[in-house]
Design a protein around this ligand. Sequence first.
Ligand SMILES: [Zn+2]
Length: 876
Amino acid sequence: MSATSRFLRTLAILLAAAAPLVAQAPEGIPRDLARQRAQQLQDVRYRLSYSISPKAPFIAGHEELRFVQNAYARGILPELLDFREGEVKSLTINGQAAPATIQNGHIELPAKLLRLGENVVDIDFTAPVAPAGKAFTRFEDKDDGSEYIYTLFVPMDAEMAFPCFDQPDLKAKFRLEVTAPLEWAVISNTTGVETFEANAGGGGIHRLEFPETKPISTYLFAFAAGPFKKVHDVPGMPGLYVRQSKLQKAEAEAPEVQQITADGIKYLSKYFAQPFPFPKYDMVMIPGFAYGGMEHAGATFLREESILFRAAPTHSDHLNRDILLLHELTHQWFGDLVTMRWFDDLWLKEGFAQYMAYHALADLKPNENVWKRFYQAIKPAAYAIDSTQGTTPIYQEITNLKDAKSAYGAIVYSKAPGVLKQLAFVLGEDGFRDGLRLYLKEHAYANAEWSDLVGAFERVSKKSLSEWASAYIKRRGMPQLDVEWTCAEPSGVSHVTLTQHNVLPEAGTWPVATQVLFHYRMTESVLRVEWQGTKTNFGDATKGQGCPQWIFANDADYAYGRFLLDPGSRKAVMASLGGIHDVFERTLLWGSLWDSVREAELDPSEYIELALKLLPNERDEALAQSIIGRMTTALHRYESPEVRGRLVPKAEALAYDQMLHSKEADMRIIWFRALRGVAETDKARARIKDLLSGKLVVPGVELRPLDRWNMITGLVALNDPEADALLAAEEKRDPSGDGRKYAYMAAAARPDAATKKLYFDAYLHDASRPEDWVEQSLGLFNYWNQEQLTLPYLSRALEALPQVKSQRKIFFVLGWLNAFIGGQQSPQAQAEVQKFLAGATLDKDLKLKILEVSDELDRTVRIREKYASGKPEHGL
Ligand SMILES: [Zn+2]
C-alpha cells in the first residue's frame, strides 16, 4: 500500500467513525480470526461476474456470495469479509442494503442482517489492475500491441480481486462469468462456454460462463484473459495456451511439454491411488510471471520464459522444465485436492510437490540419474539456509496471513523435500507411498495439517515418528555428521565413529538414517546406519576388506545434514576425484568439498585449481555446470584481486578451448556460458565481442537473443570501452518486448553512480515498471565487481524492506536481499548489516530473512580473512 492510499484510508476511517462499528477490524488476517470463521461458516459459494475493459485501471465486478452460518450459543455473529484496495459500490445482505465501509481491508457484515443457515450477500465492486503490485496484472505485449490480464492471488491477494473469506480452510465453490473483447480467450478452473456475443462496429464483446468448481481455496481460484491461443490442440492431451505473438515458438515446444504432463498425470494418479481430482487440466504460459508456475486447480499458470527458452538450452534445462511441470502437476493433489489448513504448513504442499516431481521423473525417465539431480538442485539451498541464524523449522508459525509470503523460500522448497527423502528411506518406499495414499484419501477436497500426515505414516508403518517429527518438522537447523576412523593393513578398519552436532549454536540431535560408503582401491561397500544421539560406533561390519581410501557418510544422499570428509578421506578424494566412475558419488564428493570451502576449512584456491585440472575430462553436463558455477563464485567472492588475476586467465582459456572443442553440444553450451561468466581480461572480452559479431561461433549451437544480451550485460558491467555502442546496437537489433526488458537489465549493470541512483529511485517509486523487469535487474545492479558503487544503497535497501514486503510478490524480498547484501564482500558491509539489525524495529520474518541472506556475507569475510592474501583492500 502506498503512503497516499494509506492516508486516504485513514481519512475514510475517520469520516466513518460516526457510524456504529462493532469493533476495530484487524489488519491482515490474524490466525484467530481465521479459526473463528472456519468454525462459524460452511458451504461457501462465490458467483463472480467480471466485465473487462481494455486499458482500464480497474475491473468492475459483481459477486453473489452464499454461506451458511452455524448455530452458536451466542446467537448470530457478525462476520468480516476481506477486501483490500478495491471499492464497494453497493452491498446487500439477505436482500437488505448495508453500509459498504472498508476498514483495514475488511467489510463488516453486521449480525442484525445475518441469519442462521444460508445467507446471501450481493456486492458490486471494482478491483485494481496494474502492471505490478495488484491481484490483477496487466501485461502489454510490445511485440504486437495485445493486452493480457491475469490473476495471481497466493497467498492472500484474492481479497484484492473480490470480497472473500481469504483463508485456505474456507474452501468454496466458484462460478465465474467474464465479459471481454470478442477476440479474447479466458482460461479458468473449469472450461468456459460462450453465452453471449455482440459485435457492435469494430469492437465486439462476448461473455464466457464457467461451471461451478469443486471446493477450492481462494488462492487457487484464477483466470487469465486475452488473445491467448491454444497450442497443439490434441484430444486427450492437457491444454496449453500462449499469447498469440509466441504461437509459432510454442508449437515447437508443445508436444514435449504436453507429453511429460500427460505421462505425469498417469503416473501420479496411479501412485496416489486417486484419479486426477479436477474436471480438466490446462496450462497457460504468461510472460514475466512472478513464479516458475502456480498450481491453480485445473489451470496452472507457467512463466513463459521457463517453457520457451530464451537462451540456447542444454539437456539439463529440458529436464528442469520437466521438473517444473511435474511440480505444478503434483500440486493438483498436494495443495489443491488436500490443502494445508494454514500457511504455517506450507511445506506440506511445496515439499511434496518438489519431492514427487523428482519421484515421478525418476520413473518416467529412468536413465536420467534423477536422484543425483535432486541432490544438486535441492540440497545446496537447504543446507545453506539451515546453517544460518535466519533459518526456521519446516513448520513455520504464522500469526497473521499478511506475513505468509515470508514462509516461501529454501525451507519449504529445499529442506522439506530433502527431509521427505530421508523419511522415505526410514519408512521404505511402500510405507511412504501407502501413507500418502491414506492421507489424500482421508482429506480429499478438504484441509489437513502436518500431524495428519505423520499420523497416516504411523498408522501404515506401525512406527512411531514423534521424535522424528519433533526434530525435523518442529525444530530448526540440521546436524553436521563427522566421521572418524582407524584402519591398519591387513586387518582393515578397526572402528568407525559417527558423531553429530547441531550446526547452529543450539542444543539438539536428530534421528539419522544413512548409508555409509567405504571406497576401496578396487571396490566399494555400503552400510546402512540408523541411530539417535550424538555418537555411534561400528566398523566390524567391514573387517577383512583392507583399508578404504575414503569413507563418506551420506552415500546416495538419503540423509539430511552437512557431511564433511575427514582430513584423510579429503586428501584421498582430492587425489582421485577425476577417476571415480559413479557420477552420483563424484557429485556428492564435489559437493562435500564445496561445503568445506564454505566452512573455511578448504582454501578456495585449492578448489579452483582442482576444478581447472579435472573439468576438461568431466563429461557430466550437470556436474560440470555446478563445478563451473562454484569456481566462478570463488573467483568473484572469495579470492583476493591478486589470486583472481592469476586464476582468471586460466579459467578463460579453459572455457574458450572447451567451448570450441567439447564433443557434445550441451558441453559446448555450458562452456560458452562459463566463458561469459569468467571473462575479464582484454583477450577474453575480445572473444565475447567476436561471438557477438559472428566472427567466432560455438560450433553446432545457435545462440538465442538472451545469450547475446547476457554477453552485452557482462561487457557493460566490466566497463568495456565498446559496451555502450554494443548495447545501443543490440537495442536496434532486438526491439521486441523481451529485448526492451533485457536492455533495461543490461543498463542496470553500468558501473557509474548516476545509473545506480536512477535505478534505485525507480525501484522504490515507479509502479509502472513490470515486476519481473525490476526483479531480474537487481543482481545486475549489484554486479560482483561493483560493491563500492552499491554499498551506499545497502542500508537504504534494508530500510525499504517493509514497503517491498507489502507491495511485491512472494519471492521479491529474498531476491532484493540476495542482490543488495549478496553484492557486498567487505567487513564494512557486514558491519552495516549488523548495525541495521541492531537498530531497526522490524517484523520478525524480515529480520530472519536478513539473517539468512547475510550469512553468505559473513562467510565471505571469514574466508577472505583466512585465505585471501593482500587483504583487506579488494574490489574493483
Ligand atoms: Zn509449488
